[in-house]
Design a protein around this ligand. Structure first.
Ligand code: GSH
Length: 218
């Protein structure tokens, strides 16, 4: 079981977030990757409602979660942490250089091409719902998300994963797609729904999700 108080690897996470964010906080990505490779980790919980502890900014320059520590290594950015874990384990990142680069490209595209559109819509819906500017902006934001989804969907086609096998690229993409769960947008792309279901039915995902939820108070 990767969650272990004596583990050398440490992930920061929150002990509370509003219910709409349960299962979406980005430490889930790192927990999931650790579960995939059986890497034990311990969790250091921060309170999202309070200023971060003094010195946390040295671990995570934006004072966000997750940060990751293992021995001398202190890392931030979920994408960088996943790539680091993949460097050490081919179950996350293939050893073949070409396949490795392709998986890296999908991880970056999830973060850089898809997540900004998804996050923009989530921000409109979850943080600014009811505001006039948000009502006016939302149709354009939805269209932009749909454009991104249609590109990923067209690439995926009938494949099981974005490339030949499961990699951190799929892991990252699925955690991004999860941020659309308050909408019905994904339903317009059955192969993306299937990708998400396939990924979320992995025991490693289930374990990571359960561990994140268990760390929330109340
Ligand atoms: N690009 C960062 C984003 C991290 C991030 O947005 N973390 C959120 C939780 S999902 C957070 O800590 N929010 C609280 C804050 O920004 O103060 C990553 O992928 O690690």
């Amino acid at each position: 079981m990767p969650v272990s108080p004596n583990a050398t690897a440490e992930i920061t996470a929150f002990n509370w977030v509003p219910p709409f964010a349960h299962g979406l906080v980005r430490d889930l990505r790192v927990r999931w990757a650790c579960e995939e490779i059986g890497l034990p980790y311990r969790v250091r919980l921060l309170d999202a409602r309070l200023p971060k502890p003094a010195g946390y900014v040295k671990e995570q320059p934006f004072e966000q979660v997750p940060s990751f520590r293992d021995g001398a290594l202190q890392l931030f950015e979920s994408g960088a942490i996943l790539l680091h874990l993949g460097e050490n384990d081919e179950r996350l990142l293939p050893r073949d250089p070409l396949a490795r680069s392709r998986a890296t490209a999908w991880l970056i595209s999830a973060l850089n091409s898809v997540e900004p559109a998804v996050q923009n819509l989530a921000s409109i819906d979850l943080f600014h719902s009811g505001e006039e500017w948000a009502r006016l902006r939302r149709p354009g934001a939805v269209e932009f998300v749909q454009q991104k989804l249609s590109r990923v969907s067209a690439w995926l086609g009938e494949r099981e994963w974005l490339e030949d096998r499961f990699t951190v690229g799929d892991l990252m993409m699925v955690t991004v797609l999860r941020n659309l769960r308050h909408t019905d947008l994904l339903a317009g792309f059955p192969n993306l729904v299937a990708l998400q279901n396939r990924a979320e039915s992995r025991p490693a995902f289930q374990a990571a999700l359960a561990a994140q939820i268990a760390d929330f108070e109340g």
